[in-house]
Design a protein around this ligand. Structure first.
Ligand code: FES
Length: 424
């Protein structure tokens, strides 16, 4: 009850100055109506509204104090997981900045290969041109904004499905149909808008905040910028391009993207209660977590029974690397799977699982099928957990929780990084 009162009081305290300021500024706008135009008034109201939203979001950000040690800290308030304006702030400050994993190199292995995707409101297109060079663009036609390509596959050029404008794999506008009579139009200025693209190991990454020139080379500094000092550690742990890509599974989950990340980052806390099948294959007493700049690595010994004719899915050691903000690399036994958590709204996300296996096992259909069934059952258990947490976060009964200090330090680190990112 005390929590509920406190939340209501905080919200009221936040809203009151905003509403008062809004009224005052609207009044001022009215008084000056004779000297400013209708359009200027509209712009002023929009500007005020943006400022108020920003101010409101910063208050929400500050409701979590990253400097309080984990033993005493409260978890971020439920508004971080439910508020639409907070979600918008995250898109701009967390996802539209820095390197973001978007796919794997196998998807653009050969010339003419391409794939498309969406991150927040950004529609992107990644392709390999006939010279083998990788490009990435906003997947938006420069004529009337139609999405240009969809899905993945092979193309020698991209023809807009709307009016047929055609672009090369380097993004150049090759053909603008039926534009006779157009003036002040330079075809060289209407190529696809480029995005910064890089690769590390088997992964393709985009950096949406870096302005680039159309012909800029693929970025090779991505490893150190994305992973910091963990780049070598992950390579040495078998996260590399020698693995064979197998398949993808996609889960749409009714929860905020951070609920899925938090679940991943609890140091195995929930495993013995919620994943009894998985727990039986792990030595949970050996669970440990190490924290790096933007990466946390959880590891656990497996109860491997591996022999010549009995391959264990989990092997002798499982490694779970979380790369801030939304990418997980799981390396266990002969397997690697990655989990890409895409935010789709304040209470919705999509998690893409991509599975890789050591090359010598890629034709072992029985083992692969068995492993995927086991893995899927863990995912389904997690979906139920995450959706239950989201519903709990939306009730008036809950505002903030506490950390279990001995196991949830990776989660605390995640929230500290978020706070740092969201702060002005
Ligand atoms: S919107 Fe693409 S050609 Fe018209």
């Amino acid at each position: 009850m005390a929590m509920t009162m406190s939340t209501a009081t905080t919200t009221a305290a936040l809203l009151k100055p905003m509403i008062t300021t809004h009224r005052f500024l609207l009044l001022q706008t009215k008084r000056h109506a004779s000297i400013i135009t209708q359009q200027q008034r509209g712009s002023l109201v929009v500007a005020i509204s943006v400022l108020q939203t920003d101010h409101y979001c910063q208050k929400l950000v500050d409701e979590f104090d990253p400097n309080i040690p984990i033993e005493k800290a409260l978890t971020p308030p439920s508004s971080w997981y439910t508020d639409p304006s907070f979600y918008d702030l995250e898109l701009h400050r967390v996802f539209y900045k820095g390197w973001q994993a978007v796919g794997y190199t196998e998807q653009i292995k050969n010339p003419y290969d391409f794939f498309t995707g969406r991150l927040g409101n950004v529609e992107f297109l990644v392709c390999r041109d006939d010279d083998g060079k990788i490009h990435a663009f906003h997947n938006v036609c420069r004529h009337h904004a139609s999405l240009l390509a969809s899905g993945n596959g092979q193309k020698s050029c991209f023809v807009c499905p709307y009016h047929g404008w055609t672009y090369g794999l380097d993004g150049a506008l090759l053909k603008a149909t039926r534009i006779t009579g157009i003036q002040n139009f330079d075809v060289n200025e209407f190529g696809l808008k480029p995005l910064k693209v890089g690769t590390w190991g088997p992964f393709v990454l985009l950096n949406l905040d870096k302005e680039i020139l159309p012909q800029q080379e693929v970025d090779n500094t991505v490893g150190s910028e994305w992973l910091g000092s963990c780049s070598e550690l992950l390579s040495a742990s078998g996260v590399d391009s020698s693995l064979s890509y197998l398949c993808r599974r996609v889960y749409d989950i009714e929860c905020n993207w951070k609920v899925f990340c938090d679940n991943y980052l609890d140091g195995g806390y929930h495993v013995p209660y919620a994943h009894k099948g998985l727990a039986s294959g792990l030595e949970l007493n050996s669970y440990s977590t190490t924290i790096h700049e933007k990466v946390s690595i959880q590891s656990c010994d497996g109860g491997s029974t591996e022999s010549e004719d009995d391959i264990d899915r989990l092997g002798s050691k499982a490694l779970y690397a979380f790369i801030y903000p939304n990418f997980m690399i799981n390396r266990y036994g002969p397997w690697m799977d990655t989990n890409l958590v895409l935010p789709l709204g304040p209470r919705k996300c999509q998690v893409i699982f991509d599975y890789f296996i050591e090359a010598h096992l890629k034709d072992d259909k029985d083992f692969i099928e068995r492993s995927l069934v086991d893995s899927e059952s863990v995912q389904i258990e997690d979906v139920v957990l995450c959706q239950g947490v989201q519903r709990g976060l939306e009730t008036p009964a809950y505002c903030s929780g506490r950390y279990a200090p001995a196991v949830e330090n990776a989660m605390h680190h995640f929230h500290q990084l978020l706070h740092n990112n969201l702060k002005e």
